[in-house]
Design a protein around this ligand. Structure first.
Ligand SMILES: Cc1cc2nc3c(=O)[nH]c(=O)nc-3n(C[C@H](O)[C@H](O)[C@H](O)COP(=O)(O)O)c2cc1C
Length: 326
């Protein structure tokens, strides 16, 4: 039985990728995840915002308010130092494990995106996942303007680096089909659907803001399942599923939808890393039972493009005549 796959040109021994998170922020964590059977690992994102915050912290401690030359030096030193730790992690991870290592980047300046992307490539990352997200509450910003910010970042990076680039998106787009097509045309090779952002909540007793649940539940799988099944046969790009994949059944569903790989995060926090082996075993047992020799022999079987029930993929509203519920 063959459970190997390719993902944005990288060869993976299986379709399970560990998603970007604190689990992959150290060489020790990365080695344990590789030993547990992961096909590839996305490293915790390098946040330019965090690098800048750390630099400002150094400035505060040293108390350089007015001496511009010294301040420039400290700023430069601070940002290089924090980024250096990340670059070192990539280098050490590459020495420690033999599976592909994908770096993850979240920047706030266009210079940041390009500088860091190049450095990550030079330090041995096999691929780069761009963790791009803008939230806007400005009624003057239209969707075209926001989408073009993504396009600009992608164009600049794909012109500068030659490792494969994926983009991890949130679900808030008016036309995800058009937008992802545009990303593909600009050189993106992988699309990760979806990032699960920090969720805010309200405490009605304290009348205050609190954080929502940090981890997903398996029920949240329906969003990537629907969108990957809609897009996988339309957009010629490798889709990686993220959010709500907690077990073998979830992983199989996303492969049936057309995903090349599935990313795990919450389930690895909640369970042990042995979860990876359990999911792989479930996939193999199911393939055996269904007489599938390889992932390619069933991948996308339930995608909209291959299904004879396409109207069910396009349905959003409940109408009694069709879904039996009013
Ligand atoms: C504690 C924690 C840290 C995370 N850090 C990152 C990160 O640095 N970059 C990123 O792109 N996603 C990050 N994520 C999002 C995950 O990669 C993943 O997309 C999300 O948790 C949904 O997948 P899941 O349902 O398997 O948890 C983080 C998630 C958690 C729970």
């Amino acid at each position: 039985m063959n459970i190997t796959t390719t993902y944005m040109g990288l060869k993976l021994k299986n379709p399970i990728i560990v998603a970007s998170s604190g689990l992959s922020k150290s060489v020790d964590g990365i080695s344990k995840l590789a030993d547990a059977g992961a096909g590839a690992i996305v490293i915790k994102s390098l946040f330019e915002e965090q690098v800048l915050a750390e630099t400002q912290e150094i400035e505060k401690h040293i108390g350089l308010d007015s001496h511009t030359e010294a301040l420039d030096y400290i700023r430069n030193y601070g940002s290089q130092n924090s980024a250096l730790e990340y670059l070192n992690l990539i280098k050490e991870a590459k020495k420690a494990v033999s599976i592909p290592i994908i770096a993850s980047l979240n920047c706030i300046s266009s210079k940041g995106w390009i500088d860091y992307a190049k450095k990550l490539e030079n330090n041995g990352a096999d691929g780069l996942e761009l963790n791009i997200a803008f939230i806007t509450n400005d009624p003057k910003s239209d969707s075209k303007e926001i989408e073009s910010k993504y396009y600009d970042i992608v164009e600049q990076i794909t012109q500068q680096v030659s490792i494969p680039i994926s983009i991890k998106l949130g679900p808030y787009f008016s036309s995800l089909a058009h937008f992802t097509q545009g990303l593909k045309q600009r050189g993106v090779q992988g699309i990760v659907l979806f990032n699960r952002f920090y969720r805010m909540d309200f405490d009605i007793n304290k009348i205050d803001l609190v954080s929502g649940s940090r981890f997903s539940s398996p029920r949240e799988i329906s969003l990537p399942l629907h969108w990957i099944s809609l897009l996988s046969s339309k957009i010629e790009c490798d889709f990686s599923a993220s959010t709500g994949i907690h077990d073998g059944e979830g992983a199989i569903k996303l492969l049936l939808a057309g995903a090349k790989t599935v990313q795990l995060c919450s389930t690895l926090y909640k369970n042990k890393f042995t979860r990876i082996g359990e999911i792989l075993k479930d996939i193999e047992e199911w393939m055996n039972k269904q007489n599938f020799e390889s992932l390619d022999s069933f991948r996308g079987k339930l995608s909209r493009g291959k299904s004879d029930q396409s109207e069910k993929f396009d349905r959003l509203q409940y109408i009694k005549a069709i879904v039996g519920i009013e």
